[in-house]
Design a protein around this ligand. Structure first.
Ligand SMILES: [Zn+2]
Length: 378
């Protein structure tokens, strides 16, 4: 099977490369906004826009200075934004602002042969630690020390600048991955939570790492500090920058943590079952704000899905309305009293079983997962 995998490297552009990257951010944003404005007045297909693009060059010659492929990519992005809008997956496309927290542009891999020599616009040399990018030539990179070369065909590269001021490049690679068919033997149900991030039906509780909590606390403190500062003052920007660095650190720590727990779950089991987060939100009657935890849980689901596929295993999500924490996993008795989140342990009035709230929930999730899996087999 063909899979897409992205490799992210820290990018170390020199001064003139930084100028070119910044120019490209500006030009891709300009093209995006220009055609968004146009599409408000007339219907344009993606093909129409790409055909019209050279006309824009004569009017705005600065567009010629940057990688033309990146401009076409921003039109593909605009097209995607409209498609998602039509499918009700997001709001009407918005204009791109100059000061968004993460700025980026994408460029596609192009190859050609001239006089029996092969030319490629994107090349990654992991021995010399450089990436070749259109208009930038060679840029220093860091990351993937144990890799000798990228294990597949390059599709595209996305160059980003985070609000911390650091540059990254993410290279998307098509990998031909052989997946062995596994006959499932071990199946586990997991409950996703806040204090314990993952609770398995085997009774294991995986806590958020201390370092993540530490960063979260520091971020909260800095956010309060920022609120006290006078907007636009020197100290305001200083605090804002420190906050951006902390967010980046938190993101990296969380990425590492999610990678570890999902890998363990997928390697130790053949089928992993969880509830969809939408269901969880309904059942727990919690206000799942767009908090940091919320992002973390949906990321766990996304990575589980991906990793399960990668190792030839299954990740099943249960989508039915199902009060997993209220039902006794031994006899099926529904205990309304457990609805209260403060109830951490309970004894089933029907069969007398002692339950830890979360472990009981994950065992119910496991049974629902088995039911769904068996139904698929028939
Ligand atoms: Zn019971």
């Amino acid at each position: 099977m063909n899979m897409y995998k992205s490799y992210q490297f820290r990018l170390y552009p020199n001064d003139s490369q930084i100028i070119m990257i910044q120019k490209t951010f500006g030009c891709t944003r300009f093209v995006y906004n220009h055609y968004l404005e146009k599409r408000k007045k007339e219907h344009l297909t993606c093909f129409d826009m790409i055909k019209d693009l050279p006309n824009l060059y004569s009017e705005y010659p600065f567009l010629k200075e940057v990688d033309s492929c990146s401009l076409r990519c921003s039109l593909f992005d605009l097209e995607d934004a409209f498609k998602r809008f039509i499918k009700h997956q997001n709001n009407y496309p918005k204009f791109k602002g100059k000061y968004s927290s993460k700025r980026s542009y994408r460029t596609n891999y192009i190859t050609s042969t001239y006089k029996e020599r092969k030319y490629e616009n994107i090349k990654v040399d992991l021995k010399r630690k450089v990436i070749t990018l259109p208009k930038l030539k060679e840029v220093k990179i860091r990351g993937y020390r144990n890799l000798e070369s990228l294990p597949g065909r390059i599709i595209n590269a996305t160059i980003s600048e985070y609000s911390s001021g650091k540059y990254y490049v993410s290279v998307l690679v098509e990998v031909n991955h052989l997946v062995a068919k596994i006959i499932p033997k071990r199946i586990v149900g997991i409950d996703l939570g806040i204090k314990d991030v993952v609770i398995t039906s085997d009774g294991e509780k995986i806590k958020n790492e201390k370092i993540i909590e530490k960063y979260e606390k520091r971020i909260k403190r800095k956010q309060r500090e920022l609120a006290r500062r006078e907007k636009g003052s020197n100290n305001y920007y200083k605090t804002k920058r420190k906050l951006a660095v902390l967010f980046q650190k938190l993101k990296n720590a969380r990425k590492h943590f999610i990678h570890q727990i999902t890998k363990k779950l997928v390697l130790e089991n053949d089928i992993v079952v969880s509830e969809t987060l939408k269901v969880k939100e309904m059942i727990e009657e919690k206000k799942f704000s767009k908090s940091l935890t919320d992002v973390c849980l949906s990321e766990i689901c996304r990575v589980l899905e991906y990793k399960a596929k990668y190792y030839g295993k299954r990740y099943i999500q249960i989508d039915t309305y199902y009060p997993s924490s209220q039902e006794c996993s031994k006899c099926g008795y529904k205990n309304e009293k457990v609805k209260e989140l403060s109830v951490r342990n309970w004894i089933c009035p029907e069969c007398g079983s002692y339950h830890d709230r979360d472990i009981n929930a994950s065992q119910n999730i496991l049974f629902e997962g088995i039911k769904k899996y068996v139904k698929e087999l028939i």
